[in-house]
Write a protein that binds this ligand. Structure first.
Ligand code: ADP
Ligand code: MG
Length: 348
């Protein structure tokens, strides 16, 4: 990492726009019969197959959302898809298609874009989605990526943010704070490298959290798990900005409050040890660190037995009547106001 890998570079100009698009997309195969027409016409055509269609889009900008000095392009391609699929799964839906639009400056070579697309392709393969189109253009500076994901669900299965009811349990998948801490480690190593380029970082003790930052996985498995357990969440959202901020969205949407217990927050041992090393409060990181791409949802209290003991799921609190009053119950049994600080505010 951090090396300026010398490669024999092919300029994008040499291919032209159409050559570039066909070169980058030729190895993608169509997997869904609902993809009637993919790349190659004025529009893609998809069949909703009698279900509801769900659409979500994200725009990622170099220097704002990603830093190519430690983000390999293949990982960037993969993560850009994950960010979008995560939103589809957060509606309890199945992701089927994506479009990918990119703007690149002449700093990028064909080989660089091949790397980006190999990550996109791996994501499409692993998550069973079709690449059905996009747009390609130049930028005066840096790289921009915009991905749109399309999913389907039966109308009655879709879960919105606004359905949480008092006494519902608040559940989170996986663990929290890893992606934020991974970013802190990468930023620190980048600075060390800038001071002394010969200093190769030793990142062995941070593999989990760095992977959480560089190669997150969207929780495709959770909608399926919930279906198998016969649990339909009353509200659901993905954790992209941080737990507090997502709880805030569910509570304002549902006109409720919540109580979340500090002792219940799921933390990986590596998150705890890295917090100690960086001298940051692990609760803060769990509440406000972004980019975990876990799912946060609420379920009727009567469904507790169905999810109890599942290693993928942790009950962290419950929904209360008190409209928009979000409380954290600390280890010392104190009640603190939760603030929706979100990812950016926390970064400062
Ligand atoms: P148009 O002139 O209609 O915008 P383009 O020449 O931009 O069409 O694109 C040709 C085809 O290639 C379309 O099907 C479009 O969706 C697809 N496409 C363009 N850029 C990309 C990209 N970066 N990734 C995937 N598909 C793309
Ligand atoms: Mg176009």
């Amino acid at each position: 990492m951090f090396e300026d890998k010398e490669q024999s570079k092919t300029s994008l100009e040499a291919l032209g726009e159409f050559g570039l698009i066909s070169h980058l997309t030729k190895h993608f195969e169509i997997k869904h019969k609902s993809t009637i027409k993919g790349i190659g016409d004025d529009c893609a055509v998809i069949s909703a197959e009698g279900k509801e269609l769900l659409v979500t889009t994200d725009l990622l900008i170099e220097g704002v959302h990603f830093d190519l000095s430690y983000m390999p392009l293949k990982h960037l391609g993969y993560k850009s898809v994950m960010v979008n699929l995560s939103d589809v799964y957060a509606m309890n839906a199945e992701a089927k298609q994506i479009t990918v639009s990119i703007a690149v400056s002449n700093r990028f070579s064909l080989e660089a874009l091949e790397e980006l697309y190999s990550g996109i392709q791996l994501a499409c393969h692993t998550y069973n989605v079709d690449l059905i189109g996009g747009d390609t253009t130049s930028s005066s500076k840096g790289m921009l990526i915009s991905i749109t994901a399309i999913g389907t669900a039966n109308k009655e299965d879709i879960v919105y943010r606004n359905g949480a009811k008092p006494t519902d349990l608040i559940v989170v998948s996986g663990d929290l704070g890893g992606a934020y801490l991974g970013l802190q480690v990468l930023e620190r190593e980048k600075q060390v490298f800038q001071v002394n380029p010969n200093n190769q970082p030793d990142l062995d003790s941070y593999t989990y959290i760095i992977e959480r930052q560089l190669k997150p996985e969207a929780r495709k498995d959770i909608p399926k798990l919930l279906k198998d357990l016969e649990v339909k969440p009353t509200a659901m959202i993905d954790i992209s900005d941080g737990l507090s901020s997502e709880l805030f969205h569910i509570c304002t949407g549902s006109k409720t409050g919540c109580k979340v217990y500090e002792t219940k927050l799921p933390l990986d041992p590596q998150v705890i040890s890295t917090c100690e090393e960086f001298n940051i409060d692990s609760t803060m990181v769990a509440l406000s660190g972004g980019e975990d791409y876990e799912l946060l949802f609420t379920i009727p209290i009567n469904d507790f037995e169905k999810i109890k003991g599942n290693p993928n799921l942790t009950v962290i609190g419950h929904i209360t009547e008190a409209s928009e009053v979000l409380k954290l119950i600390t280890r010392a049994d104190q009640e603190l106001d939760l603030k929706a600080q979100g990812w950016n505010a926390f970064k400062k």
